[in-house]
Ligand binder design. Structure first.
Ligand code: SF4
Ligand code: SF4
Length: 372
C-alpha cells in the first residue's frame, strides 16, 4: 500500500533558480478533473492515513480553489488522509492562503532558502528573490505556522549552514526548523558530479549537532532530528534511511508519469513506472523499474548488511545510489556521512550529552525510560 504520494500538478515556477532539480517540462497544469481521475486510480492503493505531498514546480501557482476541491474530493474517498506542501512561499498572502495552510495542510509546510543568497532567482535577480522570501517568511511565521526551511548546500556554501541556524535563532520565539541537504546533480545541474563530498557534508552536520546539543533551542535540524529518532527507535524505514520505499511511495508528474518518488523522477525515463493517467496503479507497481527498486529490500551491499548502523540506516537511499553511479542496488554515495553522524549521535545518547537536546524537542521520555 502507498503511504506517501508526491503530486506535481505543475512544473511551472515563479522563480528561475539555476540549479533547480525539477525545472519546467513543457506540460501544463492539472485541472480538478485531472486530479479527480488520478485520485480514483490512487485511492484503493492508499493506506488509511496516507500523506499526499503537493510539490512542483511551484504548487501555489495552482491557486487556493484547486486545493480546496482536491482536499474535499480526496477526503470523501479517504477521510483520514492528510496533506503537506513543499513551496517557495513567494505567493503567500494571508487572506488567500492562511486557511489552506491551516485547514488542509494542518501546518505541514516546507520551503527552501539557500543562505549564499545567489542561486535562487526571481526574473534573474537573486536580490529580488531574497527580499521577497524573507518578507513572505515573516508573513507565514506571523500567521502562526512553523515551516521547515530547507537549505541545499554544496562544498562552497556548506559553512553557511551554521549561519542559517543563527538566523533562525535570531527569530526568538518564532525560530524556525531547518533542513540541511546536500546539493545533488539532477535537473539543471545533471552531470556536474557530486556538489559536496561526504566528508564535507558530515563535517557540516556534525558542527551543527555540537551547537544544537549545546543550545538545545527547541527547533529541529533535519536530518539530525530524524537520525536521533532512528537511534532512539522512534522510527523505522524513514526516507532516506530505508531499503523498502519501493511500493510504499509514488510520485506523479504533471503529465501523469509515475516514479518511485520525487527524487527518482529527477532521474528521467529509465526509472519511469508508466503513466498514472492511463494505467492502473497495480500496473505501475508491477513495472520493471518498480520491481528493481523493491529488490533493494533484500539485496543490499554486503558491507551494509554487516554495518554497525544497519538498523538505523538500512543502506541509505536507492535513488542516490543510482544517481552517483552504483545502481539502484549499489552503494549509497553519502555512506561515510551517515556513518560519522550516527556514530556521534549514538555516543551522545550513551553519555547523556544529548539529554538536554532530547528534552527540548520532546524526546525526554527516552531519558526517563533509560534512567528508570
Ligand atoms: S528512493 Fe530515496 S528519496 Fe526516494 S523514497 Fe526511497 S529513500 Fe526516499
Ligand atoms: S552507514 Fe553506510 S555501510 Fe552502514 S548501512 Fe548506511 S550506507 Fe550501508
Amino acid at each position: 500500500m502507498l503511504s506517501t504520494v508526491i503530486l506535481k500538478p505543475t512544473k511551472f515556477c515563479n522563480a528561475d533558480c539555476a540549479y533547480c532539480s525539477a525545472p519546467p517540462d513543457g506540460h501544463g497544469r492539472w485541472s480538478f478533473d485531472t486530479f479527480k481521475r488520478l485520485m480514483d486510480n490512487l485511492a484503493p492503493h492508499l493506506t488509511e492515513r496516507a500523506m499526499l505531498l503537493w510539490h512542483g514546480g511551484e504548487p501555489m501557482l495552482m491557486g487556493p480553489d484547486f486545493y480546496w476541491k482536491a482536499y474535499e474530493y480526496a477526503s470523501s474517498l479517504k477521510p483520514e488522509i492528510h496533506f503537506a506542501m513543499q513551496t517557495n512561499i513567494l505567493l503567500y498572502d494571508s487572506a488567500r492562503w492562511r486557511s489552506v495552510f491551516a485547514d488542509i495542510m494542518a501546518g505541514a509546510i516546507s520551503t527552501s532558502f539557500d543562505p549564499d543568497g545567489k542561486r535562487r532567482t526571481l526574473k534573474g535577480s537573486a536580490e529580488a528573490y531574497n527580499a521577497r522570501f524573507w518578507r513572505k517568511l515573516d508573513e507565514v511565521l506571523g500567521d502562526g505556522f512553523e515551516p521547515l526551511v530547507i537549505g541545499t548546500y554544496d562544498e562552497a556554501s556548506a559553512p553557511l549552514a551554521m549561519q542559517m541556524y543563527e538566523t533562525s535563532l535570531s527569530y526568538g520565539d518564532r525560530a524556525f526548523d531547518l533542513r540541511v541537504n546536500y546539493a545533488y546533480p539532477a535537473g539543471r545541474s545533471a552531470g556536474t558530479g557530486a556538489a559536496i563530498t561526504p566528508e564535507a557534508y558530515a563535517d557540516t552536520l556534525l558542527g551543527l549537532y555540537e551547537r544544537w546539543m549545546a543550545d538545545a533551542p527547541g527547533i529541529l535540524i533535519t536530518p539530525l532530528d530524524q537520525m536521533l529518532r532512528k537511534v532512539l527507535g522512534e522510527e523505522i524505514s524513514r526516507c532516506p534511511w530505508t531499503k523498502s520505499c519501493g511500493g510504499r511511495f509514488l510520485s506523479v508528474e504533471p503529465n501523469g508519469d509515475a516514479y518511485n518518488c520525487g527524487e527518482f523522477s529527477d532521474m528521467g525515463e529509465g526509472y519511469r513506472f508508466g503513466n498514472a493517467f492511463t494505467q492502473p496503479v497495480q500496473e505501475l507497481l508491477a513495472s520493471v523499474p518498480a520491481r528493481i527498486i523493491r529488490r533493494r529490500a533484500y539485496s543490499l551491499p554486503t558491507d551494509c548488511q554487516s554495518c554497525r548502523h544497519y538498523h538505523e540506516c538500512e543502506g541509505g537511499c536507492s535513488r542516490d545510489s543510482a544517481l552517483y553511479g552504483s545502481g539502484v542496488l549499489g552503494k549509497y554515495y553519502y555512506c561515510a556521512s551517515w556513518k560519522r553522524v550516527f556514530d556521534r549521535i549514538k555516543e551522545s545518547v550513551r553519555t547523556g550529552e544529548a539529554f538536554p537536546l532530547m528534552e527540548s524537542i520532546g524526546l525526554g521520555r527516552h531519558i526517563r525510560r533509560n534512567v528508570a
